[in-house]
Design a protein around this ligand. Structure first.
Ligand SMILES: [Zn+2]
Length: 98
């Protein structure tokens, strides 16, 4: 019996795409969000860093248009005390209750 077949699987060129592999997409664009709701705290929270700073688009993959809308929404939410301004606020809101 002859099973002389070795690796004969057709090999396509699979060169690694340099920067295209896991490109982050703006989550708002994906969901086709046009206006970012400032009342949507759970959503907005994802774009705040641990220190309650707004994450840059490089980390979240948000496109410039939505990044701006996001910043506006976040500032509104902060103004309404839905979100913290600084890390200190998180601490105060979360743990120590007077
Ligand atoms: Zn976008």
């Amino acid at each position: 019996m002859t099973t002389g077949r070795r690796n004969q699987a057709p090999r396509r060129r699979e060169g690694r795409p340099r920067y295209f592999n896991r490109r982050k997409v703006c989550s708002f664009c994906v969901n086709k969000v046009e206006t970012i709701e400032y009342k949507d705290v759970n959503l907005l929270r994802r774009f705040l860093s641990e220190r309650a700073k707004i994450e840059g688009h490089r980390r979240t993959g948000t496109c410039p248009t939505h990044q701006r809308a996001l910043a506006t929404a976040l500032m509104r939410a902060r103004h309404l005390a839905l979100l913290p301004y600084t890390a200190d606020h998180i601490y105060l809101m979360g743990g120590a209750t007077r």
